[in-house]
Design a protein around this ligand. Sequence first.
Ligand SMILES: [Zn+2]
Length: 207
Amino acid sequence: MKGVVFRFQIGEYGAEKNKEKESGEMRQLNYLAGYPQQVTSQVNRLIAENRLAGFLNQTYPAAHDIRTDRALYDYAVALKNEFLRSTQPLSRVIYDGKIQVIQNALGCHTFVSRVQGAKLKSKHEIRVASLFRDAPADFLRMIVVHELAHLREKEHNRAFYKLCEYMEPAYQRLEFHLRLYLTHLELTRQSPKQEQKLTPPPSTDPA
Ligand SMILES: [Zn+2]
């Protein structure tokens, strides 16, 4: 995992940016709904000054090599064994291309209960939105920590976030920056010419 440099595409955010200049309106930041206006206007400034990609690139240079469902399962089990050993076992952990990443739905967890003979069998499954396959390593860790925390806490309450921070002390910052990353992806998707540059290069880059 070390030595791989994740590169965010740095460039103009296309037509949207100019449109915004004309109207002078603040951009609607879908992934930051509920954040204070002070925060969203700072993010809007980063976007307007074309500095969001550069910021992400600098802060999260490390990619990961967890490409397959098998690797993702092993990764999640290792984290679980480190922090939540006593919780029920994971039956399945997979990347899911069907998860629509909006607001809080970044991953999902399901408990499947089935009656088998006289027994009630329950299975715990974690699905991670497939965009995390190409996301920086820290964001993958954040989302897996999030879904693992649901093994104990079903709701997004105080106890839930405490548990997330126990597993990953920078959890809150990572969740916020993940929202910036999603915003970045959304903005670059609006200018199709730049889209293919979003995946990290296969080679090691010392920059
Ligand atoms: Zn959740």
